[in-house]
Design a protein around this ligand. Structure first.
Ligand code: GDG
Length: 470
């Protein structure tokens, strides 16, 4: 059955669950993207093309929670070269301003092309005549052009979840022109920030010499005419409802109180929640906090930093090194500052269920988001959504997409350790009235601009293109 609306993402929105009897089932993973797209997927005939997360497993299309899923198989070598290699060790560091050195390998690029072709073919086979294909993220930048070649009748959207770098950095990529052409296969290319859209348009102008007028790129066609591509910011958000509901649940609130008590009820709990990734500025945050303890500004009995660092990309070298560095730093700070009854940093290299994450958000007086570069940063928005009592302070790096919207946060440049220390102190000492003033403004923004507003605005842009095709 052909689908009117096809989502293409690296991962399928399901996790494999093996029951006690060894039977395999699939559970929809509770991501924001699934929540945002569910109404659209169910409203029309929808399908989702993606990898099931395990190498060398070939699966036939199946349906889970009423979503038709079309698995794309990857070999172990393709996982190593396309996913861990080109996506996570070439594009990821390059697009996050070269915080870690990108690795350029021709075999990885070949694997990226091969796998992008496989995703594009699966999408082209699934989509109905005149249907819509929405491609997601940096693992699949060549898919829009490949789908267009196979299916010129369909409308194609692409959303880029991570930053797009300035041209002088992007220009390092040996395959830069191919990537630009790949993305320009879409009718709408969406970014998190206006700055990302501007960087992309500038790269298109400089490298391909295509005409760019405001937010439109005119792509020359073989016929001599041009095809226009809309390049624009569509800042992503969260599904606020489950966060607000969880935060109002008595058992979750009791768990938050239990967390505070188990830490000895310090005056202030500070919290960091990140995938363990070098873009998130975890080292900078811990260093600044450690210096505040060391110079006596923040007495260790008064404060605890909880750092959740969920395991991520553990087979990529840069992540192995980062983990070593952070764990050395944490144990040094704890060794220098802890008392027998109190720990400066509670470091958790683990993933937690969402209930526990919300209990942590509720337990935290100060949320530290100090990314060196981040497309959006949903953690910042989740913290804000849970703070229904309008208490708590968000410290937010200006290098996140979220900083464009969450103007009432305490802004920081995480590279400036002195500035970061000052911001932490401002947050720790902020009066309840000032917390309330800022948190109300933050909550208003996040609740009004939730993930449904995001997907609606992107889909409206795609629908406008479709009308011009008709
Ligand atoms: C990319 C871009 C952009 C984390 N640990 C646990 C857990 N999480 C959840 C958080 C949040 C999500 O993972 C992380 O989202 P972020 O936006 O913070 O960061 P990335 O993973 O880097 O996401 C980013 C995003 O795409 C969307 O476009 O904002 O800039 O880099 O939802 O809560 N969730 C649970 N347990 C954990 O241990 N349950």
């Amino acid at each position: 059955m052909a689908a009117e609306f096809v989502v293409v993402a690296n991962r399928l929105p399901v996790d494999r669950v093996v029951g006690a009897d060894g039977e395999e089932t699939w559970r929809t993973s509770p991501g924001g993207l699934v929540a945002a797209l569910e109404p659209v997927m169910h409203g029309v005939e929808g399908a989702w093309v993606g990898w099931a997360g395990q190498a060398d497993v070939k699966l036939a299309p199946f349906t889970a929670n009423d979503i038709r899923l079309i698995p794309v198989a990857l070999s172990a070598q393709e996982v190593a070269e396309y996913y861990e290699g080109f996506a996570n060790d070439t594009i990821w560091p390059l697009y996050h301003d070269v915080i870690s050195a990108p690795q350029f390998h021709r075999e990885w690029w070949e694997a990226y092309r091969t796998v992008n072709r496989r995703f594009a073919t699966a999408a082209a086979d699934a989509v109905a005549p005149g249907g819509t294909v929405w491609v997601h993220d940096y693992q699949l930048q060549l898919v829009p052009e490949m789908v267009r070649e196979l299916r010129p009748d369909v409308t194609i959207g692409y959303f880029h979840h991570i930053p797009f770098p300035a041209h002088n950095l992007f220009a390092q990529l040996p395959w830069r022109d191919q990537v630009l052409r790949g993305l320009l296969g879409a009718d709408v290319v969406g970014f998190q920030r206006a700055q990302d859209a501007a960087s992309f348009s500038a790269a298109v102008k400089r490298r391909l010499r295509y005409e760019v007028k405001a937010s439109t790129v005119n792509v020359p066609q073989e016929s001599g005419s041009t095809r226009s591509v809309l390049v624009k910011a569509f800042p992503i958000s969260i599904d606020t409802v489950p966060y607000i509901e969880l935060a109002s649940r008595p058992d979750v609130q009791a768990r938050a109180a239990e967390i505070r008590a188990s830490l000895g009820n310090p005056k202030r709990i500070l919290l960091g929640v990140d995938r363990l990734d070098y873009t998130k500025g975890i080292r900078h945050r811990i260093k600044a906090y450690g210096e505040l303890l060391a110079d006596g500004t923040l007495p260790v009995e008064d404060a605890t930093l909880i750092q959740v660092a969920s395991p991520s990309r553990e087979r990529v070298d840069a992540y192995v090194h980062l983990r070593d560095e952070i764990e050395l730093l944490v144990s040094r700070i704890n060794g220098d500052n802890d008392t027998v009854g109190h720990s400066a940093i509670r470091y958790l290299h683990q993933g937690f269920p969402r209930e526990e994450m919300v209990a942590l958000y509720l337990a935290a007086d100060v949320m530290l988001v100090t990314a060196l570069r981040d497309g959006m940063n949903l953690v910042a928005k989740e913290y804000v959504a849970t703070r229904a009592d309008n208490r708590g302070v968000l410290v937010l790096s200006e290098f996140t997409g979220a900083a464009d919207e969450l103007r009432s946060a305490v802004r920081v440049n995480p590279h400036d350790i002195e500035g970061l220390k000052e911001a932490i102190l401002v947050a720790v000492e902020m009066t309840p009235a000032e917390q309330g003033r800022r948190m109300r403004a933050l909550r208003r923004r996040v609740i009004e601009h939730d993930v449904t507003a995001w997907s609606n605005s992107f889909l409206a842009a795609l629908a406008a293109v479709r009308r011009t095709h008709a």
